[in-house]
Design a protein around this ligand. Structure first.
Ligand SMILES: C[S@@+](CC[C@H](N)C(=O)[O-])C[C@H]1O[C@@H](n2cnc3c(N)ncnc32)[C@H](O)[C@@H]1O
Length: 445
């Protein structure tokens, strides 16, 4: 892989956790449209639920998520009460038994909630939705602020998968991102969650952080392999200080360049596959027996998932819902979110209603991000003549490709193994919104 090619394919593009992406949501679509969308769901429809907890005990400087540093119990309790009210309102609008296929507590750090709040949230969810043993119930964990009672509470409410944040174990890297976290602390959380009865454990890592080298990434990977998580997410650091102000605390001169980022991700992939992990999509790895490695995967706001559901309801500040009709996003600022929930029961501030063209491109982009290919025949049979511009784009890409990144298949289009690290850039060729508006995106590799 030449440095020139890697640089060319690293131009900033979306991560495609949705299509159209959030910068194209409009304030024309608000709570009224969301209410109508929820009421119109089919009663037998399996649902997924995302619950956002926008608090962390301390701010990590690399963080790109919607969160604020606080340990103020009153602030957290006030938010928590609004969150409970929003969940009850949403549940009252959805018809039928509301079976949940997936629940995800994300953040921020959901373990900013006390054990008591975790149990109360669990009660509300069990009273409002259908939750069973088959429901996958995941939580994001910051292992530095996790006690035994919280671990028991997560297991009691039905959590069966924990994503433990690590990022990197090197002290110089940790100091540069304001996240000091020992291997021992991480191991205590991994063992503790398993002992409490949470059977699935994931570990989150990031490459491209300040001071990271191929060697430091390799050392972190060795430690992680020893902890034997079922899944590993290895995200490329998204450095967007214009959007996440605390990222300005990171010294940009210490960030690895594009080629170094590329090498770090390749080295990690080699080590993980050598240790028996299977590569899933662009940046996830799973043990061969894990459902993420063995089944069909999809892409949602958390990255890759086994969740096949068409409906994702997001509650909490900044959360995004995906209904058959479109995407709907809640107010990002906590005070605005709480005010809207108090006044109307919902906090939707923007969204987008999907056209057939959006649905078609969303399907192609998701398929490329997950399986690196798409079928012309199935596209044409679902969308008819509307599919032609996408088929033309695929043909043009194959004709222009001198590097062996994409190819024609008997039935459509495929990203080759060589092209897979650049799938975001390739997927962006099928994005009708790219270049419209003033969005900022992270490096494509
Ligand atoms: C929503 S965060 C929550 C993690 C949790 N609060 C913790 O302390 O580990 C989930 C994951 O997103 C990833 N992440 C956060 N900011 C990122 C950024 N700027 N670039 C790439 N990945 C990022 C990290 O791997 C992180 O563990």
């Amino acid at each position: 892989m030449t440095p020139e090619l890697v640089r060319r394919m690293s131009a900033p593009v979306p991560r495609y956790t949705s299509y159209p992406t959030a910068p194209h949501f409009s304030t024309q679509v608000g709570a009224t449209a969301f209410r109508k969308g929820l009421r119109g769901l089919s009663p037998s429809q399996a649902l997924s639920l995302y619950v956002h907890i926008p608090f962390c005990a301390q701010m990590c400087w690399y963080c790109g998520c919607n969160t604020k540093a606080t340990r103020n119990r009153e602030t957290i309790e006030t938010y928590f009460q609004h969150l409970q009210a929003e969940i009850l309102m949403v549940a009252s609008l959805v018809p039928g038994d509301k079976p949940l296929a997936h629940i995800h507590f994300g953040g921020g750090s959901p373990n900013s909630l006390s054990a008591d709040q975790i149990r109360r949230l669990g009660e509300t969810l069990h009273a409002s939705f259908g939750i069973g043993l088959e429901t996958e119930f995941a939580v994001e964990i910051d292992p530095r602020w996790l006690d035994d009672d919280q671990m028991s509470a997560f297991a009691e409410v039905g959590v069966n998968r924990a994503s433990v944040g690590v990022q990197d174990f090197n002290p110089q890297v940790q100091s540069a991102i304001n996240r000091m976290q020992s291997v021992e602390t991480t191991e205590r959380a991994v063992r503790g969650m398993r002992a409490a009865g949470v059977s699935g454990v994931n570990i989150d890592l990031v490459y491209g952080l300040p001071h990271q080298t191929e060697e430091s990434v390799a050392n972190t990977i060795e430690e992680v392999i020893r902890l034997s998580p079922d899944r590993i997410a290895l995200f490329g650091y998204a450095h967007l200080p214009s959007r996440a102000k605390h990222q300005t605390l990171i010294d940009e001169t210490t960030l690895p360049d594009t080629m170094a980022r590329y090498r770090q991700s390749r080295r990690a992939e080699i080590l993980l596959t050598k240790a028996g992990y299977v590569t899933v999509g662009l940046d996830h790895f799973a043990k061969p027996g894990d459902s993420l490695a063995s089944g069909e995967i999809k892409r949602n706001f958390q990255g890759y998932t086994t969740d096949q559901g068409e409906v994702l309801i997001g509650v909490g500040a900044s959360s995004i819902s995906k209904l058959p009709t479109g995407y709907y996003q809640n107010a990002v600022a906590r005070a605005d979110y709480e005010r809207r929930v108090t006044e109307t029961g919902l906090a939707t501030v923007k969204g987008i209603l999907l056209s057939d063209d959006d649905r078609m491109r969303a399907g192609v982009i998701e398929r490329l991000m997950c399986a690196f290919d798409f079928s012309k025949t199935s596209l044409q049979s679902t969308f008819g003549a509307l599919a032609q511009p996408l088929i033309d784009t695929a043909d043009e890409l194959v004709s222009a490709d001198a590097e062996g990144l994409v190819e024609r298949t008997a039935d459509g289009f495929r990203v080759t193994e060589q092209g897979q690290p650049f799938v975001r850039a390739i997927a962006s060729c099928f994005d009708a919104y790219l270049g419209k508006g003033h969005s900022t995106f992270s490096a494509g590799v």
